[in-house]
Design a binder for this molecule. Structure first.
Ligand code: NAP
Length: 442
């Protein structure tokens, strides 16, 4: 791989990069099908990604006509890599086998290993014969919506496609690696003012939050909306907070420490709730809700902003969902993309129908939404929330940190980039944005 890295770092032309031989195998973080049952009977919290995520050589897949080979300079940890590594809620080898049955090209994905990771920033090395808009040498980030554009269901909102998948989670050849092979309709131009690792952390979480809050497909937030954001310094929450501030909304941010609350204050958030200090107990025990705690939470929100939320940005799931459905004002929208603490959700329907609320399920973003979200990063209007940087060899440790909520914002992973700080071409915009780019850095 050294010849590729040297060529990229010395600014080789696209034509020169296209001539470089691509190795037959490459270094990648992967899980093994032979280990998919290793955690049977083990509690979720005790499943350790450091044991199930391996870093080593895997064969380079053949390139399909609508794909590109990308040299990955940096990637990031998303919660879906935690799910893959603890084989919850299901092992991802089932979805890979189903994908493998779809076509000749899709069969490549069904392997005894899965290269994980759903973010990447890097340089295009090769494009397939059917590719028009991208060429070797293009500096790109990769979004994770993997769409079969020959399926009619993908042609309105591609997230509605029957066989829509998340790259590096429900497909093979993910981004936590030195190379990746992706469909070219996953490519986005790399924001020029960012380092490789800053560019690599945005696409998945930023696009998800864009769809949930800004897009017509989500809550379509308007100026003045009060938006309750759970996990407001976490991966998706940290972008959600920026969208609310940018869009003239009023964020009410929930976090679990004074340090996280301080990050939010430096971003300009006034209403912050420390859930740990408040010690909300929405559940009396595993089966019994405590409605008085929903009311206490609602009162805390009113004390801060004078009214109830118009929108609730929900993802913790079982532990918070009933409270989220309760605290929204009449006509409020609860938009949910996940259920980290448990996906069997319960809520009191009286507060839903009598108060005419809406519940929207949201999942990643279509290409247009991901493009718009990336455009805002490129213009310096939304910023990466990079907190720490790990090497590819340390992927297991990085995933462990996310699994145990020991991080803020996003964890970046250096793949081919030898050190942090490389890849910037627009220094003027970078200088102008100053501290905005470093608020989450430890
Ligand atoms: P993350 O970086 O771990 O952040 C999640 C935050 O949620 C944590 O920082 C934590 O903040 C808060 N949280 C965790 N458990 C909680 C609980 N029981 N009650 C209240 N708050 C809790 O993860 P992320 O990247 O933001 O992802 C969050 C979830 O969304 C994950 O389940 C992920 O798989 C999912 N997701 C879905 C999509 C999609 O397309 N459907 C896309 C991205 C992410 P505090 O401790 O500070 O409160």
């Amino acid at each position: 791989m050294e010849h590729i890295v040297e060529a990229i770092e010395s600014g080789a032309s696209g034509d020169d990069l296209a001539q470089l031989p691509i190795p037959h195998e490459y270094r990648a973080a992967h899980v093994l099908k032979s280990e998919q049952d290793m955690w049977v009977g083990v509690a979720s919290a005790d499943k350790d990604p450091r044991r199930s995520l391996h870093v080593g050589p895997v064969p380079t897949p053949q390139l399909a006509p609508d794909e590109a080979v990308v040299a990955v300079m940096a990637s990031s940890i998303n919660f879906n890599t935690v799910w893959s590594s603890i084989f919850e809620p299901v092992s991802t080898f089932g979805p890979l086998a189903r994908l493998g049955r779809e076509s000749e090209w899709a069969r490549r994905h069904d392997q005894p290993y899965q290269v994980v990771g759903s973010d990447a920033a890097g340089v295009v090395l090769r494009v397939g014969a059917a590719v028009r808009n991208w060429s070797p040498g293009d500096r790109v980030t990769v979004h994770c919506n993997y769409v079969d554009d020959q399926d009619q269901t993908s042609h309105d909102d591609s997230m509605m496609a029957n066989n829509q998948r998340i790259w590096g989670y429900e497909t093979n050849f993910g981004g936590l690696a030195d190379l990746t092979v992706v469909k070219v309709n996953q490519l986005l131009p790399k924001p020029a003012h960012l380092t490789w690792e800053e560019a690599a952390v945005n696409a998945l979480c930023n696009s998800t939050s864009y769809r949930m809050l800004v897009s017509r497909n989500g809550a379509a937030m308007k100026q003045g909306d009060v938006v309750l954001i759970w996990g407001a310094t976490g991966g998706i929450g940290a972008y959600a907070t920026q969208y609310v501030l940018n869009g003239g909304g009023i964020p009410v941010c929930v976090v679990s420490s004074a340090d996280k609350a301080e990050i939010l204050r430096t971003m300009g958030v006034e209403a912050v709730i420390d859930r740990r200090a408040a010690d909300y107990r929405f559940w009396k025990d595993e089966h019994t809700h405590d409605e008085s705690e929903w009311r206490r939470f609602g009162k805390d929100i009113r004390d801060l902003v004078g009214e109830d939320p118009d929108i609730v940005f929900e993802h913790p799931g079982r532990s918070t969902f009933a409270a989220s459905m309760y605290v929204g004002k009449r006509g409020a929208t609860v938009v949910s993309c996940a259920a980290t603490s448990g996906f069997m959700l319960e809520f009191d329907n009286r507060y839903f129908w009598m108060r005419l609320k809406r519940l929207i399920g949201s999942h990643f973003a279509n290409y247009k939404e991901a493009w718009e979200a990336n455009r805002l990063i490129a213009k310096g209007m939304i910023h990466p929330v990079l907190s720490q940087i790990f090497s590819l060899e340390q992927t297991g440790e990085a995933a462990y940190q996310v699994h145990h909520n020991l991080h803020e914002g996003k964890i970046g992973v250096l793949c081919l980039a030898a050190t942090e700080g490389l890849g910037v071409t627009d220094h003027e915009l970078r200088d102008k944005l100053g501290d905005n780019l470093h608020r989450f850095r430890r």
